[in-house]
Design a protein around this ligand. Structure first.
Ligand code: SF4
Length: 241
């Protein structure tokens, strides 16, 4: 009788994402890491397709707990149906929910999109504001979304957008410490010059997606290997050379 195969255990995310105390967080080290990332990933950019600030706000709200690829599949029809904040502000929620359903959490996202559009019309003349203080007062918009939109749509850097990739990669690289996006953003802002803030997010997200994966980081082919103090890098390098 054939021997029954034991199902392989799903790999667990490494637990030791903490920064070793001995690694210094200095602007010089941060600059070196960003320079290497810039050389390794010149194509890194905001992956959400958009033509203006309004579309980027919409796409970024939809990207919560969803891949950018999925958002990019949904937004063409959405932007065609609701081309301006004024039209989106008048949307029927049920119709809007159907259009964004596949991005997950569709009821709350539809509510945020509609609320955000209403606020843009009521308080900003239908324009996306250009300050983070005004942005984060919009329904559904937090610091991450505000930083993404200000940086990419307007070229304004008021902070560093911190998502799950940025959190993970900065902790492993000892560029920041902690799980709180607001705290990590503050640490990055202190470490990196303002002119690089928007690019910092793009590079770290791209690196997190392509190399420094949550469960199986490809440490063996990582251009930052020699600068990375993460305890588990050797073990993962053996698997990914
Ligand atoms: S060496 Fe590994 S853990 Fe460190 S940044 Fe590269 S992929 Fe991430």
């Amino acid at each position: 009788m054939a021997k029954k195969k034991t199902p392989r255990a799903k790999p667990k995310a490494p637990k030791t994402d903490r920064r070793p105390a001995r690694t210094a967080m200095t602007p010089e080290r941060a600059a070196k890491i960003l320079d290497i990332l810039e050389s390794a990933h010149p194509e890194a950019e905001c992956a959400l397709r958009h033509e203006n600030a309004f579309q980027l706000v919409v796409a970024t709200i939809l990207s919560a707990q969803c891949t950018d690829q999925r958002v990019n599949l949904v937004t063409p029809a959405l932007f065609a149906r609701y081309p301006t904040p004024a039209v989106l502000a008048e949307a029927q929620l049920t119709e809007l929910e159907e259009l964004v359903r596949s991005t997950g959490f569709f009821r709350s996202k539809a509510k945020s999109l509609n609320g955000c559009a209403r606020a843009l019309v009521a308080d900003h003349g239908g324009q996306v504001p250009k300050t983070i203080a005004a942005m984060i007062r919009l329904p559904g918009v937090g610091r991450k979304t505000a930083n993404v939109v200000l940086g990419h749509a307007y070229g304004i850097a008021e902070g560093v957008a911190v998502d799950t990739h940025v959190l993970r990669v900065t902790n492993r690289l000892a560029l920041a410490a902690g799980d709180d996006p607001i705290e990590v953003e503050k640490q990055l802002m202190a470490l990196v010059p303002r002119r690089r803030w928007t690019r910092t997010t793009d590079l770290l997200i791209f690196h997190g997606r392509k190399i420094c994966d949550a469960r199986r980081p490809a440490c063996g082919r990582c251009p930052l290997f020699s600068l990375c103090p993460w305890d588990s890098k050797q073990a993962f390098a053996m698997q990914t050379r």
